[in-house]
Design a protein around this ligand. Structure first.
Ligand code: ATP
Length: 219
């Protein structure tokens, strides 16, 4: 549950999936598309759906997009519209703008014009899938941007009964143990002398490279 307000501009498969997940998590979501049919599709599950062209400064002003906590621009096939919308929304004072890009050139332009986070869905998903294939003990590897990542490690036989400190994550000053899950219980910032059991899940965050090396050395 969150009291944050989100706006999703562009309701293709990606945008609709983002809307649905945010709304299912209890967030307020405004869904915007130039195409009425797409808005109708989203209207079944979002707080508000609006038909509008977000490349227009006037429209963005009227929608008060600067008041939203986070905006997702998920316009794929029309690259011009994606770039212009990002620019207009940022210039209108939007706080945090995430944008879906088609390729690395599109991504580069989006970063240059001020997108706060750029997603390359196929690349990002490919990386996550490969990491899961390489190490079945890694449940999730989430790219947090700016070279940072968050991951979950499942404890196997080799660490049974050993203290959490044996993961030797904390000697790397930039790698942090955020939490620890045993069954349904989540322990935030756990003690490092806690004795590990099979199936425990350790949640860590830090620089991507350091995490990847750490995972490699654990396997
Ligand atoms: P996917 O379906 O995988 O998400 P995609 O992003 O290429 O891929 P599109 O069908 O292009 O999917 O979805 C983009 C959506 O953005 C379309 O519904 C389109 O109508 C909408 N869109 C395009 N230009 C604008 C605009 N200026 N303002 C608002 N919405 C727009």
């Amino acid at each position: 549950m969150t009291d944050k307000q989100f706006a999703v501009i562009g309701l293709g498969r990606f945008g609709l999936a983002v809307c649905k997940e945010l709304q299912d998590s209890g967030a307020q979501v405004l869904a915007v598309d130039i195409n009425e049919e797409r808005v109708k599709e989203a209207a079944g599950f979002v707080s508000q759906g609006i038909v509008a062209n977000c490349t227009s400064e006037q429209t963005v002003k009227e929608l008060r997009l600067d008041e939203y906590d986070m905006i997702m621009v998920s316009i794929g096939s029309d690259v011009n519209a994606s770039i212009l919308t990002t620019l207009v929304v940022k210039e209108a004072g939007a706080k945090t703008v995430w944008v879906k890009a088609n390729d690395k050139f599109h991504a580069k332009i989006l970063t240059k014009i001020g997108a706060d986070h750029v997603i390359l869905p196929e690349r990002d998903m490919g990386i996550r899938v490969a990491r899961k294939m390489l190490d079945r003990r890694v449940l999730e590897f989430i790219d947090l941007g700016s070279e940072l990542a968050l991951t979950e490690i499942v404890i196997g036989h080799n660490l049974l009964g050993r203290p959490l400190s044996d993961l030797k994550l904390c000697q790397q000053s930039d790698v942090h143990v955020l939490g620890f899950k045993r069954g349904p219980n989540l322990v935030k910032a756990p003690e490092l002398d806690i004795s590990l059991e099979i199936g425990d899940v350790v949640i860590i965050a830090g620089p991507k490279e350091l995490l990847a090396n750490r995972l490699k050395s654990l396997s």
